[in-house]
Structures are given as C-alpha cells and as structure tokens.
Design a protein around this ligand. Structure first.
Ligand code: BDP
Length: 698
C-alpha cells in the first residue's frame, strides 16, 4: 500500500458476525440516484461495499427492502420516523441514519433534505462499517456546525506550492481543462467524506493569471469535477488586479471604475461557474496590495468585493493576517488593532478569516484575541494543515490537539464558556456566516501529504469544521482504524503517540511559550539566533528577547500589553504568574533564568528539561512504531520508520541548537543527567538545509 487511498481503503471486514449483519442490511437497497450527486454517493457505496463485504447491492425501485437511502420526500411510510423538527435541525447538509424495527423487520434508513445530505450520510455509513460498528440500533442525527468548510491551497500557477511539502500542486493547469486527472475526483471524494465543501484553488499571495479567461476555463473544469461532491471552488485574488490585469490607474475600492471592473470580472467568473464560492483576500500584508494603499479600510475593500459577489450569492473571505514592520508595536497586536474598530462595518457576505493565534501558525500560540472581539462580524478560523512550523512532512505531528487548544479556549467575551468553538458555530449571533479554513497539505506525492500520518491532519480538519466539539482522540481513533488497522493492540499505542506528538514537537522546538525561533525563510530547522532579516518582526530575537537577565516576550502591562486585547478574565489568567500555564509562560512574560517554576526547577533547568524530553519522546515513538510492524503493510511501515529516524535527528538538532544558544545568555551549565550536545554552537549555526521546499514570501 502506498497511502493513495487515504482513509477510504474499504478493506475486507474481518469479523464474520459484522459481515453477516452488514450484508443483511445492504444486499438489497432502495437508493434512487437521478442526480450526479446521488450517483456519486451510490458509486461510493458500491465501491465501499465491494471492498468491505464483497457485495454489489441489488437496487430496488421502491422505498422498501432492508435499506432505504433517499431524501426525505422519497422515503414513503418511513417518513413517520423522522419528525419535521429533526429535518429542520439537520438543514441542507445534515442527515439522519436510523435502524427502524418495522413489523418485526429491521430497516436501515439514511435520509436528508438534500442530495448533499445523502452523500454525507453515505460516507458516514461507510465509516461506521470501516470502523467496525454495528448497524443495529442506530439513531444518528448529524449536521455541520459551520457553513463554510474550505481548504485553502497555497498553489501557484507554475505548480509550486508555497509552504507545500508534498510535491507540486495537484492542479495540472497545463492539462486542464481537457484532461481531468482522476486524482481530482479522489480529492473531492476525500473532502466530501469529511464534509469539506469548498476549495480555494490558489495561493493567497495571488497571481492575477487566475482571473484570465485562459484560466477561468480550467477552473470551470475543476468546478464541474467537484460539483457532484458538494465542493465549490473559490479563488484568492490580488487586490491590485484592476491595475495589473485591467490596466486601470488605481485599485481604490471607492473608485467607480474599480467597482465596475470587479463587478464585470465577477459576472464573468459566474458565467463560467454559476456556483462559484467567492474570493479569499490577503490585503496589506507581507507586501500584498490592499485598500490601505489608497487610504481606505479593510471594510471598504472587503465590502466592494462583497457587493460584486452578492448578486451571485458569493462570499468574501478577508484575512486578518495583517502586520507591518513600520508599525512600531508588537506584531501580535496589529490584527486586533486594525479590525476591532471595524466590527459591524462588514457586509453580510464578508467573513473575516483569523488564524488560530496572533503571530503565525506556531507550534503553540495563545488564541487570537479577535475571537469574540467582533460580535457583529462573521469570523472564521484559519488553521494550517501543512506543517510549515511543525517539521514539514518529515515530522509526525497530529495537529488536532493544536486545533482544539484554540477552539476550546474560553474567550469569556460572552461570559464563561464562550469558547472559540462556540463563536465559530455562530452561537452568539445566528445572523452571521460561520466557517473554518485549513491551509492544505496536499500535493502530487503518491500519498497526497508527504507523510503517511499527515493525512490525519486533513482528515481531522474536516471533522472539526463539521463539528468543532469533536474530540481529537475520537478523530484519531477513526482515522487510524480506516487508514491502518482496527486491531486494538495497534490502535491504543498509536493513538497515544498521535495525541502526544504535537506536545513532543513543541518540547523540542518551542517549549514554555517560545515562538518564531525557526530557521530564517525556510522555517524548517532551528534558528533562535536569526537576527538579520531586513525587518525585525521576521527575526527570532524579536520574539524570544533572551538576554543575560532572562527570556520571553513581556506582553503584560509592563511590556507590549498585547494581553490587554483579551477579556478581563483571560488577562487575569495569563497575566498572573500563579495561574499562567507553563505552556504560555514566555509568550506573555519575560522572566529571569532563575525564576522558580512549579516543578521546583529554575526556568533554565525547566527549559533544558523540555528540550531533552521532546527529543526523547521521538525516540519512544520510534520504539512504539517498531513494535507495531505486524499490523502495518511493509511499504507504509518502512516510510514512517524512515521519516521517524529523520525526525529524531532533527529533534536532537533543535534541542542542541536551542540549548546551546540560550546557554550563552543563561550562563548556566546543562544540568547533570542530560547528554552533552555532540557539537558546539558554532557547528549547529553553520548547518544549512539546501533546497528547502515550499519557500514563501518571508
Ligand atoms: C506565513 C507563511 C507565508 C504566507 C503567510 C500567509 O510563511 O508564506 O504567505 O503565512 O499566511 O505562514 O499569508
């Protein structure tokens, strides 16, 4: 196995009793499939059942037999089992799966309001069988808690991928529109299986080429291929397109010519793609043009595009990832400062896309202060699946715990328990659009994501966008069963490793709240010494602020007071050294090397301890993996084994580099009991990574 089939492998069910049960339900089914979407669902069911239990079900012409899979207007007498209140609750995308005992006979019912709901319900049913669940006594009511569930591809027209570590872009622009690679269909299947309903095809550092007719026909071809799977396409657009593409003198969002240009361009896009999703915009950030270039606000810019999209029901996803080194303030504060005053000024079809933390997808950040601070504005969460700051596709890092840490954070903006997740679900303002975006980790590698375990991050993103309350452990459990094996002796230890993997990486990279100390530009290995990047906020020293007195970024009142952007409860929690968790210590505080930690160790000793524990835990993970050889196919076993060996080497390198570098400030010995680094600091500083993939703008 090479990993191509992701979590949709449909391997034969081992248990005889389950096999018998599944067959008894699914031998004969009523599954009307007059639309492309329903055909896609039925094809998937056939594929799955063939693999899982070796049958091709007989299709009935009426709502009878032991399985009925149809929209609620086609289920005849079974309708009485599905109250209108439930149908209302599941909305357009949800579904119901119920085992009904009717006149002594069990009937499996999958129903929904729409064909899309049936597609999602079919994937759910297949998941139940893939994970070895009984189909008896089911009473499932599922519906997504967010509306816009999109992957953001940072793919360029030349097929390079910014921060992409899985080969080249899967969009073969040259062969489109004539050639539809079967990979596009498998991509759409995988997305639909977890409820992802949109795909932003190109990099936020956008090329204007995407808006040219030559590309629009290609984009239309992708949109047509994805449509049966409920996936809409979106485009990242460059704010200056009216100048660069349209030949206008300005891109001022209030200029009538500019307004007209975008309206005509938008209408043109919809003439190709009637269900086009809308635009994603990175404006006035990292050199990208934006409305501020013309003295206008983010709201002016976003609303202008929103007006062009509104007649077609499209949306604007406007990114809050803005910072400017000309602003003489903590980078962590800038997005809040720019967006908070604009609350309530955005059009109804504009949603602000906010990264999990205020810096940039670090292994650990405090949650972004904009969550909860914009009660009258639609806000979506942007997560990064591609492991830009997490060891690329060589390190095994299951990101769901990182995502959950942000989503479970309590903003206190609407009282206790107003978590980021609840804000994302639109609990506090039902008028708003809701959504989640994941920066994709997908490329041309045969296993899609570069590392066999990186697929889990794509999977987990979809599951969490569907239900932000889902647990990282339950998602890992399902993914492992479907991707590798359902054997308990495999699942238990490997799930533990997955759940621990992010913390391991934090430990050997950025423990105790450290951040942004990776190698310059490439963002792969350690670079705590980086101090010369042309602008301070791209260096490492800006963030760790180590000196002989201590280390850490003081974001309390005595420092940048970024903490002041949170609710009073959160300020009190992080601001007080008695309550601030160790994990966030140096994110918010600058402390002396002698500072006494809860463990009784000094800060220096504690830091060293974390670096060593992080590297050791990778060794332990290798041992676990080696012990699981009997449960994994040879090819993937060996791939993961090799990658873990690289990860271990890298973890040691991170550890030694950081410990030796910070030691130049702490002037303390490495405590006894820890191995001495093999080389001196000069050696680690001299190391280079040639040909780092996925280079970006900074
Ligand atoms: C950073 C990346 C950069 C992206 C930027 C963004 O280093 O390549 O362009 O984020 O999100 O993480 O726009």
């Amino acid at each position: 196995e090479n990993g191509y089939n992701l979590w949709l492998r449909y391997k034969p069910v081992n248990s005889t009793s389950l096999k018998t049960e599944y067959r008894s339900y699914l031998n004969q089914i009523y599954f009307p499939s007059e639309s492309d979407r329903l055909k896609a669902a039925l094809d998937e069911l056939n594929l799955g059942l063939n693999g899982l239990i070796g049958i091709k079900p007989q299709l009935l012409v009426r709502a009878q037999g032991s399985s009925v899979i149809a929209t609620s207007n086609k289920i005849g007498a079974l309708k009485k089992w599905v109250p209108d209140s439930v149908l209302k609750k599941i909305g357009n995308d949800g579904f119901v799966i119920k085992t009904i005992n009717q006149a002594g006979r069990n009937v499996l019912l999958v129903t929904a309001n729409s064909d899309l709901g049936i597609l999602y319900g079919t994937f759910y049913l297949l998941k139940l069988m893939q994970t070895g669940k009984t189909l008896s006594g089911l009473d499932v009511v599922e519906y997504p808690r967010t509306m816009v569930r999109v992957l953001d591809h940072w793919d360029n027209p030349n097929r390079t991928v910014e921060r992409g570590y899985a080969g080249f872009s899967i969009w073969n622009w040259h062969k489109l529109p004539g050639y539809i690679d079967s990979r596009y269909i498998d991509y759409a299947r995988a997305n639909a299986s977890v409820g992802i309903n949109g795909s932003v095809l190109n990099n936020v550092n956008a090329s204007i080429q995407m808006l040219t007719p030559a590309y629009l026909v290609k984009i239309k071809a992708l949109a047509d291929a994805f449509r049966p799977y409920g996936i809409r396409v979106y485009l990242s657009v460059k704010f200056d397109s009216p100048i660069e593409l349209g030949g206008l003198k300005t891109a001022d969002p209030l200029d009538p010519e500019v307004i007209k240009w975008w309206k005509i361009k938008t209408d043109e896009i919809y003439s190709y793609i009637p269900d086009f999703g809308g635009f994603l915009v990175k404006a006035n950030s990292e050199g990208q043009p934006g409305p501020q270039t013309y003295g206008r606000s983010h709201a002016d810019g976003a609303n202008m595009l929103g007006n062009a999209l509104a007649p077609h029901h499209g949306i604007v996803m406007w990114r809050a990832f803005v910072y400017d080194d000309k602003v003489p303030d903590d980078r962590a504060k800038q997005a809040y400062n720019e967006f908070k005053p604009l609350d309530g000024q955005f059009n109804a079809n504009v949603i602000i896309q906010v990264k999990s933390g205020p810096i940039d997808f670090q292994p650990r950040e405090a949650f972004h202060p904009l969550f909860g601070a914009l009660p009258n504005t639609s806000v979506m969460l942007e997560l990064q699946l591609t492991q830009e700051y997490l060891g690329f596709s060589t390190h095994l890092v299951y990101e769901a715990p990182l995502f959950k840490e942000c989503m479970d954070a309590d903003t206190y903006r609407q009282g206790k328990n107003s978590t980021v997740a609840r804000i994302l679900e639109g609990v506090y303002n039902p008028k708003l659009i809701t959504g989640m975006a994941g920066v994709a980790n997908i490329g041309t590698d045969v296993n899609w994501c570069g590392h066999p375990f990186a697929q889990a991050n794509w999977y987990a993103f979809g599951r969490l966008a569907w239900n932000p309350q889902a647990s990282a452990a339950a998602i890992a459990d399902d993914w492992l069963r479907m991707t590798f094996s359902s054997e308990k002796v495999f699942i238990d230890p490997m799930k533990r490793e997955m759940l621990q993997s992010r913390e391991n990486t934090v430990n050997y990279m950025t423990p105790l709240g450290l951040h942004h100390i990776m190698g310059a530009s490439g963002h792969y290995g350690p670079g705590p010494w980086t101090d010369n990047m042309g602008r301070a906020d791209w260096t490492a020293v800006y963030y760790h602020k180590a000196d002989t007195a201590g280390i850490g970024f003081d974001r309390t009142k005595s420092g940048s007071n970024a903490l002041g952007q949170y609710s009073p409860e959160v300020q009190a929690y992080f601001g007080n050294l008695n309550t601030c968790p160790d994990e966030y210590l140096l994110w918010f505080h600058h402390l002396s090397w002698q500072y006494k930690m809860r463990s009784g160790k000094t800060l220096w000793e504690e830091m060293v301890h974390h670096y060593y524990a992080g590297a050791d835990s990778v060794k332990k993970m290798q041992q676990t993996w080696n012990s699981l050889r009997p449960y994994v196919d040879q090819e993937r076993f060996s791939e993961v084994q090799q990658l873990m060996a690289v990860q271990y080497e890298e973890a040691i390198r991170w550890r030694n580099s950081c410990v030796l570098y910070f030691q130049t400030f702490s002037r303390q010995p490495i405590p006894v009991g820890y191995d001495r680094p093999e080389h001196d600091l000069a050696y680690y500083r001299s190391l280079r990574y040639p040909n780092v993939p996925g280079q970006g703008v900074n």
